[in-house]
Design a protein around this ligand. Structure first.
Ligand code: TEU
Ligand code: CA
Length: 562
């Protein structure tokens, strides 16, 4: 049983907006998004109504994995700006009452990091044991130390020609894993975290947190019949990653990291772990007593089919596995995953249903930049992909790439990272005219952009703004309990749940079907919000929901809401 955490502070009600700086706004015309670009859009983000910003890495990096191969946390990558730009941004974010979360890549560094360069230069350097070097097997150690694969399929061991030893990389070969069993290596990373938190950063997103510890005995992973990992089962590539992913020591480290962070003056802050596996296992990272990570990403929503029954079951699972005071998280995409909207035909009406669910269910919503305007995936040739993951899978034919993407499996992550679309200007306003953005702008930018949608009260953007405002205003939405309506009381295409906080309660009903359906209400209700402009089709207790209509209802006596 999870003991009641100390009053769940600010992050219980917050909404998080993920910014991929490279594609957010380019102010100096080099085609790459930068920190001044984010600063220039803070008013937009404030008006949108998001309260916390998560920035993916913008530190010094060779940019082979676009910032997730860090060469120095001590420098801001020049293409993104300077520490002065960051300090100005942090102050401005706080000045607006918003919060800022950084992305910590504890698992690995770039192979160009000075630590790794020294580790390669001298086998007896202290940096050598900052990484996972092992002698090979077989004649002259020509075989890898064991059968461990990387998270993305190919083998995880890579040979250092100078010493003949092998080093392990959970992700790509140029991202050597840090050895968290070496206290000096871990303390060096914790010192970086302390530096950020003492700067006033409000939290950390923890990259592949569940890969941090591997088996101390380097035991072979057992075989598996699974060809590919999925959001709720990290096994794949015909190997059970029992000794490399979700190791008990990684779960134990979550509590150690939380204690370390909570003891740094200032705060409170949140830690959100990027972890993969079934929700019941992921909850372990939050600690039996809620003394672990504050949040973990739950990625099942990325692959859940667009139906009332599928999301009913998902909510039921999250409510079961993350009972209060634990909090689920709600994501529909990020910089690694196919944008969900393509799976529903790039239909803004269906996107409104998803947005309503994400912003009214219990838990912390994480919006990925562009979702609020219906930014979708762009077909890009894998042959010219910039994403290093795509290079690993360049043999996948385009038709299979597209079919996988529609199932939420992204081979070329460039396709979900195209520039944010601000206006109908050149480059969608992402880069100054005449600049060539680092990735092409989606050709739908003349009609899918912030400026056009800000002027339209019925746009997807306006819907996000209204819902974010309502969520902020209503304790039942940002802090209340969730009780699912029983499906037998609803048409098959309708998902319903009640949110309650004290005497305030609202009912959320989402019609996933493109047709009118009738719902009988157990008691008199009135409209608080609807995705549709027209007045409710409400006759006593008989409510008719229009195609893909979502409503938020309250009781006439409550006088809830704005
Ligand atoms: O991504 C980890 C992750 O999500 C992958 O395991 C995923 O399966 C892959 O990206 C295919 O979708 C984190 C970062 O979010 C990602 O951008 C980095 O490339 C990766 O770790 C290495 O740091
Ligand atoms: Ca720039």
């Amino acid at each position: 049983m999870v003991a009641a955490q100390a009053e769940n502070p600010w992050w219980q009600k917050t909404t998080v907006y993920q910014i991929y700086p490279r594609s957010f706004l380019d102010t100096n015309g080099d085609g790459v998004g930068d920190l001044p670009g984010i600063l220039s859009k803070l008013d937009y983000l404030c008006e949108l109504g998001v309260e916390t910003l998560w920035l993916t890495p913008f530190f010094d990096s060779p940019q082979r994995d676009f910032g997730y191969d860090i060469r120095s946390y001590g420098q801001v990558a020049p293409e993104h700006g300077t520490w002065a730009d960051f300090d100005e941004l942090l102050a401005a974010v706080h000045g607006r009452g918003m919060r800022l979360v950084l992305d910590m890549v504890l698992n690995h560094t770039s192979d160009q990091h000075p630590w790794f360069r020294e580790a390669l230069r001298r086998q007896d350097s202290q940096e050598r044991d900052f990484y996972i070097f092992r002698p090979g097997r077989g004649k002259d150690g020509r075989l890898p130390p064991n059968n461990w694969r990387s998270m993305i399929g190919p083998r995880g061991w890579h040979r250092d020609p100078a010493s003949g030893e092998w080093y392990f990389a959970s992700f790509l070969p140029f991202q050597p894993d840090l050895n968290h069993r070496n206290p000096k290596a871990q303390q060096a990373m914790l010192a970086i975290i302390e530096g950020f938190l003492r700067k006033g950063v409000d939290g950390l997103r923890l990259d592949i947190f569940n890969a941090l510890y591997k088996d101390a005995g380097f035991l072979n992973n057992p075989p598996s019949l699974r060809p590919l990992p999925s959001e709720d089962n990290a096994d794949g590539f015909f190997q059970r990653n029992r000794y490399t992913i979700n190791h008990p020591d990684s779960i134990a480290f979550a509590r150690k990291l939380r204690e370390f962070v909570d003891n740094i003056p200032g705060g409170p802050r949140f830690l959100v772990g990027e972890v993969f596996g079934p929700p019941a296992l992921l909850r372990a990272y939050c600690g039996e007593r809620g003394d672990g990570l504050n949040l973990v990403f739950l990625f099942k929503s990325l692959r859940t089919e667009f139906s009332a029954s599928a999301f009913h079951d998902l909510i039921a699972e999250y409510e079961r596995e993350f009972p209060s005071p634990l909090l689920p998280t709600w994501v529909l995409g990020n910089h690694d995953r196919a944008r969900y909207i393509e799976r529903v035909g790039d239909d803004p009406r269906r996107a409104k249903v998803l947005a309503t669910l994400q912003l009214t269910a219990r838990g912390v919503p994480f919006l990925y930049q562009g979702e609020e305007i219906g930014l979708t995936n762009l077909d890009l040739p894998i042959s010219s992909a910039l994403d290093p993951l795509a290079h690993t899978y360049r043999f996948v034919p385009p038709w299979l790439q597209r079919r996988l993407r529609r199932q939420g499996v992204l081979i070329n992550r460039d396709e979900c990272r195209t520039p944010m679309q601000w206006s109908t200007a050149d480059n969608a306003g992402f880069s100054p005219p005449g600049t060539r953005p680092w990735l092409p702008v989606h050709p739908n930018y003349p009609w899918t952009n912030v400026a056009v949608q800000q002027a339209d009260s019925q746009s997807l953007l306006s819907h996000y703004r209204s819902l974010l405002k309502l969520r902020r205003q209503l304790p039942s939405l940002h802090a209340g309990s969730l009780t699912l309506w029983h499906p037998t009381n609803l048409p098959h295409s309708v998902l319903g749940y009640r949110r309650q906080s004290g005497s305030e309660s609202v009912d959320v009903l989402l019609n996933f079907a493109p047709r009118i359906v009738e719902v009988s209400l157990p008691e008199p209700r009135q409209k608080l919000y609807s995705t549709h402009q027209e007045s409710l089709l409400l006759d006593g207790r008989r409510l008719r929901l229009r195609p893909l209509e979502c409503v938020i209802l309250t009781s006439p006596s409550q006088g809830v809401g704005p």
